[in-house]
Ligand binder design. Sequence first.
Ligand code: NAD
Length: 424
Amino acid sequence: MVSRKHDRIHVDDTILCKLCLSELGEIYSDLGLTSDELDLLDMPRRSFTVHFPVRMDSGKIKMFVGHRVQYNDARGPSKGGLRFHPELTIDHVKDLAFLMVLKCAVVNIPFGGSKGGVVVNPKELSRNELEQVTRGYIRAIADYIGPFKDIPAPDVYTDEKIMVWILDEYERIKGMHVPAVVTGKPLELQGSRARSYSTSLGGIYVLEEALKKVDLDKKDASVAVQGFGNVGENAARILFENGYRVIAVSDSRGAILSESGLDISEVIRHKERNGTVGGFGGAENITNEELLVSNCDILIPAALSDQLNANNARDVKAKIVLELANAPTTTEADEIFSEKGIMLVPDVVANAGGVVVSYFEWSQNLNSEYWEEEKVIRRLKNVMITAFNDVYTLCIEGKCRMRRAAYQLAVKRILRAERLRGNL
Ligand code: NAD
């Protein structure tokens, strides 16, 4: 039962589940779903736990626990990340798998949704143990994944190197090359160009559409970006390279502001030398809280969940909030933004560029193709612009917040696929 109890808070993105899933009840009632439709959405199609042995560096055998949930595959094979986390539970994996179903449906790529992981603290493992845990997990679930069944990808504490071990173990088991079994691979092993910055670039294509709706020219727009990791740094860099005035950026150790605009390539060099954006010459040091309420036109939370909430939402001055992080805005803040006429572009649309390029990677692998970067980018742009406009149209027609419109669109698409298959 995914949609009825959401009180598990043990990793950051449980907040994402709480936010999204707490709205689902109302969305289902807005859509007037039948009890058959509700039942069908409320249960994952396959959800399982495996226990597998790993020989540790000490020579001792240790048993590990892994989960995988394939929530719904009506629209295509299940797609979802693999995470390593000591507090992972099957219930949390179920919620995250359902969110993947919604995300793939919103951007209209032919995937269902899944999620999985191993209950482990990867920081306590040697490199060899990490590899053996990955391979052991894949051996345990190999019959249930595959290019036309379920395709894992990186998630919390799993990376490109782990995706290579997944690929290699699966191919050893099957006795043939199967690159489309996993995405997030390095280019040398049939990964996709543009993947490393796809989430940020996809978000910026969405932003450009949003600017048109609020009648704001990017030449006049100032931007503040919270977070300077993979997503935030790439977003700030791409915006800067495209002529936006990025006035503030931050990381966990500091935040900086310059009304006239920051030279982001210099900020990146400063961070490489000093480990933080803080103390950048020519800019004022501010707090992360001050960044969120700074005098910017576009606010991009790209760090943690729950950053924009009832305590600070009324002070936000931006005209557009682009959620590149997962669940940075609470429901209360979302409602306040709606009252204030601030356009909030929700995470399920804004940060979907990563899964879109995963789809391109899978598609290239199946067709033995290698797309040029320009082709990946062109197709990403097309998918993101279409998704934004699909959601925006519903939002205007239904006079509802954009997050609500996005979930309604996703649920309708999933149920339509179920109906076409004869499952409803
Ligand atoms: P990351 O770990 O690379 O970067 C996180 C950044 O946030 C770091 O710069 C860190 O210093 C900063 N940060 C941490 N605490 C902060 C605070 N209190 N104030 C300001 N900054 C703080 O992570 P990432 O991959 O860039 O992901 C960022 C967000 O985007 C997460 O919510 C993630 O779930 C979401 N997301 C990421 C991807 C992706 O492709 N990486 C895709 C979809 C969603």
